[in-house]
Ligand binder design. Structure first.
Ligand code: ADP
Ligand code: MG
Length: 239
C-alpha cells in the first residue's frame, strides 16, 4: 500500500497542496488528473521528498517512503528537464544506477546489461551514443522511461508522459505500463488529458489543491466532480 496522509505544501504563501490523503494498493496503475496549477506535480514531488512539506506522512509498504527512495523511479515533466545538457542516451540510463552502484568503481556487467535491455525495450538502444538534445520529444520520453526501467523500482511515478510524444512512443509507454503493473509494480501517472486515455487506469485521483475524488473513472469523471475541479465551462465539455 502507498499511504499519503494529510499532505500539504506551501510555496512562500501559495498553498499548492492542501491536506491530501489517499491510499493505493500495491500493483495498481493510478492516474492523477486536475487542471493546470492543481498541484499534481507538487503532489508527486512531495511524495518523493523533492519539495518541503508543511505537514503529512507518506508510507510505502508500512514504512516511510523517504527511507526507501531507491525503490522509486521518477520521470519528471518535460519542462523540468534541461534538454541542452550534453549527455548521451546511454549515460542518462546509466546515471539512474549510479546511486545503487555507490562506491564501487565503474559499473558491473549486470548494470550495463540492464541498461541495454531497458533501452532495447523502448527501441532506443541503436541511438545510445546520441546526445539527448538531438532526439525527438517521443524519443526523449522513451529514454527517460528506459532509465526508470533500469532502476528496477517498486514505485514508479511519471509526470505527463504522454505530452508531446508520437503515436509509436505512446504505444510503447502504454505497453510498458501494463507490463509493470502485471509485474506487481505500483504506478502513479499524471495525465493532463481527460479523454479516452483515462481508460488504462485502475483508478483516478482528481486534484485541485485538495483531493476532490478518488476511484474508478466512472465515479471520478462526473460533471459534479469536474465542475468542482475545473469550474463550469470545462465540466460541460467532458461529462
Ligand atoms: P500542476 O502540476 O497541477 O500544473 P503544480 O504542482 O506545478 O501544478 O503547481 C501548483 C501551484 O504551485 C501553482 O500555483 C504553481 O504556480 C505553484 N508552484 C509550483 N512549483 C512552485 C515553486 N517551485 N515555487 C513556487 N510556486 C510553485
Ligand atoms: Mg505539472
Amino acid at each position: 500500500m502507498l499511504e499519503v496522509q494529510n499532505l500539504s505544501v506551501n510555496y512562500r504563501g501559495t498553498q499548492a497542496l492542501n491536506d491530501v490523503s489517499f491510499c493505493i494498493p500495491v500493483g495498481q496503475l493510478v492516474g492523477i488528473i486536475g487542471p493546470n496549477g492543481a498541484g499534481k506535480s507538487t503532489l508527486v514531488e512531495a511524495i518523493l521528498n523533492l519539495v518541503p512539506v508543511t505537514q503529512g506522512i507518506v508510507r510505502f509498504k508500512e514504512m516511510p517512503l523517504r527511507r526507501q527512495l531507491l525503490k522509486t523511479a521518477y520521470v519528471p515533466q518535460r519542462s523540468l528537464v534541461d534538454w541542452d545538457y550534453p549527455v548521451t542516451v546511454w549515460n542518462v540510463v546509466m546515471m539512474a544506477q549510479t546511486v545503487q552502484t555507490g562506491l564501487f568503481k565503474g559499473f558491473s556487467r549486470q548494470t550495463r546489461h540492464l541498461a541495454q535491455a531497458s533501452l532495447e525495450r523502448v527501441g532506443m538502444y541503436e541511438l545510445r551514443h546520441r546526445s539527448i538534445g538531438e532526439l525527438s520529444g517521443g524519443q526523449q520520453q522513451r529514454v527517460f522511461l528506459a532509465r526508470a526501467l533500469a532502476k528496477e523500482a517498486e514505485l514508479l511515478i511519471f509526470d505527463e508522459p504522454f505530452t508531446a510524444v508520437d503515436r509509436k512512443t505512446e504505444d510503447i509507454i502504454f505497453d510498458i505500463f501494463q507490463e509493470l503493473r502485471a509485474a506487481g509494480k505500483t504506478l502513479l501517472v499524471i495525465n493532463h488529458d481527460l479523454g479516452d486515455s483515462l481508460a488504462i487506469y485502475d483508478q483516478l485521483l482528481l486534484l485541485n489543491k485538495r483531493l476532490i475524488a478518488q476511484g474508478p473513472r466512472q465515479e471520478v469523471v462526473t460533471s459534479d466532480n469536474l465542475e468542482r475541479a475545473y469550474g463550469r465551462g470545462l465540466a460541460r465539455v467532458f461529462a
